[in-house]
Design a protein around this ligand. Structure first.
Ligand SMILES: *Cc1c(COP(=O)(O)O)cnc(C)c1O
Ligand SMILES: [Zn+2]
Length: 420
C-alpha cells in the first residue's frame, strides 16, 4: 500500500490508475511523461512534521508517505539523503542577498544528486521482482544505480557514452555493473537503452521516461525545507540537463504546499551550459516544447549535456510556474567557477555543479535577486567525478604548486619567495 492515487500525462492530461501504466502515456511514443499524483488528504491524516521530527531515519525514506513505494518495501542498504545545507554569510553578502545556502549533494553516497532517484528505481524494480535494471546515463545516474544495486545485489546493465569521465566509468566497473560504452552521445545511449530494455524486458530507470525518478529527486526539496525549519527559501538554483532535477524540486515543493507545510513557492532558476541550452532557448522563445527539435549539445559539463531534454515539459513548468528563469553560462565560466566555488566554500564541484555557481552569480549581477532574500544553490556532483576538468581549471586560472628537492635549505628558498 502507498498513497499514490493515479498518474497524469504531462501532454494530454489523461489519467492512469496505479496499476494501469508502466512508464509513459502510450499515446505519444516515448514523450508521454507521467506525473505521479497522491492522495494528500490521506497523507495529512497519517503524516505530520512532528512525526518527521521524531523519525530516526536519516534517508529519503523518512518521507515515505510522500514516495511512490510500498509502505513495507525495504529501503536499499545504501543510505541516501540528508546531505548538508551549508550557510555562507560572506558569500551571501557579496551576492547581495540576505542568506545564501548550498545544498551539497556531492556528498551523497556515489557523489551525485542522482542517488535520490536511483534508490527509488531499485525499490520499484525489486517490488516488481525485476531480474535486471537498466539505464542510460551521462555517468552519474549510472554510477548511482550501480552503487545502490551493488548494496543489495541487484543485477544491472548500464549504457553510457564512451566519452564519459573516467571516474564515473571507474565507479560503474567497481560496483560490478555490466557496462556498455556507446559509440555516440548520451541521446544515442538513451535510445539504445530503451530498445534493449524493451527487447529483454528489463526494469527501465531512464530519466524523463520512468516517472518515479522525479519522485526521488523531489526529496531534495523536502530536505531543504526541513533543514530551514519549514521556511521555504525565496529562490533555488540548480543546473539543468534533462530537466528531471528541476522538475523534481518543483514537485517536492508542490507536495509541501499541498500539505500546508510551507507557505510559498520559491522561484526556481535553471542553469544551463551555453552549448547545451535547449531549455533556456525554449523558455526565451516560447513555442511548443513537445515538438521543439533537438539541438547539437556540446559542453564540458557532461552531466548537463542533453540535446533533447527528456523531462523538458516538467522542466519548463518548474521555471514558468514559479516566476523563475533559465540562465546559460559559457564553458569558460563553468571551468573558472570550479576553483572559485571551492576556495570560497570548501565545496569542490564537478562542472555541472559549478555551472550553478556561475549561473547564480550571473543572476545576482542581472538584478534577479533581492537583498532580503534567502537563496539556495544545489551542488549536484562532486569535483572528484571529473579531475580532467578540475585540472583544466587549475591551468586556466593559474593555480600553482611548487616543486622542491627534499632538503630544508631548498624549501627555505621557496618559502622566502612565498613570504612564508
Ligand atoms: C544529472 C545531473 C544534472 C542535471 O539533472 P537533469 O535532471 O538531467 O536536469 C546536474 N548536475 C549533475 C552533477 C548531474 O549528474
Ligand atoms: Zn498522454
Amino acid at each position: 500500500m502507498n498513497y499514490v492515487s493515479h498518474a497524469t500525462c504531462m501532454i494530454c492530461g489523461k489519467t492512469y490508475l496505479k496499476d494501469q501504466f508502466d512508464y509513459i502515456c502510450p499515446d505519444h511514443g516515448t514523450e508521454g511523461i507521467l506525473d505521479i499524483q497522491y492522495d494528500y488528504d490521506a497523507i495529512k491524516k497519517d503524516f505530520s512534521k512532528a512525526a518527521l521530527a521524531a523519525s530516526p531515519d536519516p534517508s529519503i525514506f523518512r518521507y515515505r508517505p510522500l514516495l511512490p513505494v510500498e509502505h513495507d518495501a525495504l529501503a536499499p542498504t545504501m543510505v541516501v539523503g540528508n546531505s548538508p545545507l551549508l550557510q555562507f554569510d560572506i558569500l551571501g553578502k557579496e551576492l547581495g542577498v540576505h542568506r545564501l545556502f548550498i545544498k551539497d549533494d556531492g556528498r551523497l553516497p556515489t557523489a551525485s544528486f542522482k542517488d535520490r532517484a536511483s534508490t527509488i528505481a531499485v525499490v520499484k524494480a525489486q517490488e516488481q521482482k525485476a531480474g535486471v535494471i537498466t539505464t542510460a546515463s551521462t555517468g552519474n545516474a549510472a554510477a548511482a544505480l550501480s552503487g545502490i544495486c551493488a548494496s543489495v545485489g541487484q543485477k544491472n546493465v548500464i549504457f553510457v557514452p564512451a566519452s564519459a569521465p573516467r571516474a564515473k566509468l571507474a565507479q560503474l566497473l567497481m560496483f560490478g555493473s555490466i557496462v556498455i560504452l556507446v559509440d555516440g552521445t548520451y541521446d544515442d545511449a538513451f535510445e539504445l537503452c530503451l530498445l534493449a530494455a524493451d527487447e529483454y524486458g528489463w526494469y527501465n530507470r531512464n530519466t524523463g521516461y520512468n516517472p518515479y525518478m522525479t519522485e526521488g529527486k523531489k526529496t531534495c526539496a523536502f530536505e531543504i525545507c526541513e533543514q530551514l525549519c519549514w521556511q521555504a527559501p525565496d529562490a533555488i538554483f540548480v543546473s539543468v540537463g534533462d530537466g528531471c532535477i528541476i522538475g523534481g524540486i518543483h514537485k517536492g515543493l508542490k507536495d509541501l504546499l499541498a500539505l500546508g507545510w510551507i507557505d510559498k513557492m520559491p522561484r526556481l532558476y535553471g542553469v544551463q551550459a551555453e552549448g547545451s541550452s535547449y531549455m533556456a532557448q525554449a523558455w526565451r522563445e516560447g513555442g511548443d516544447i513537445v515538438t521543439k527539435p533537438p539541438i547539437a549539445a556540446q559542453t564540458v559539463a557532461d552531466s548537463i549535456s542533453a540535446g533533447l531534454p527528456r523531462d523538458r515539459i516538467k522542466a519548463l513548468h518548474a521555471v514558468k510556474d514559479t516566476n523563475g528563469a533559465y540562465l546559460s553560462v559559457s564553458d569558460d565560466d563553468i571551468i573558472r567557477a570550479i576553483p572559485d566555488l571551492a576556495r570560497k566554500t570548501g565545496i569542490f564541484a564537478e562542472p555541472a555543479g559549478a555551472a550553478t555557481w556561475a549561473g547564480l552569480q550571473k543572476a545576482a549581477s542581472e538584478g534577479l535577486l533581492h537583498p532580503s532574500e534567502t537563496v539556495v544553490m544545489i551542488n549536484t556532483g562532486s569535483g572528484l567525478k571529473d579531475i580532467n576538468s578540475a585540472m583544466d581549471a587549475v591551468g586556466r586560472v593559474g593555480l600553482q604548486s611548487f616543486k622542491v628537492e627534499p632538503t630544508l635549505e631548498n624549501f627555505k628558498k621557496i618559502a622566502s619567495q612565498l613570504n612564508l
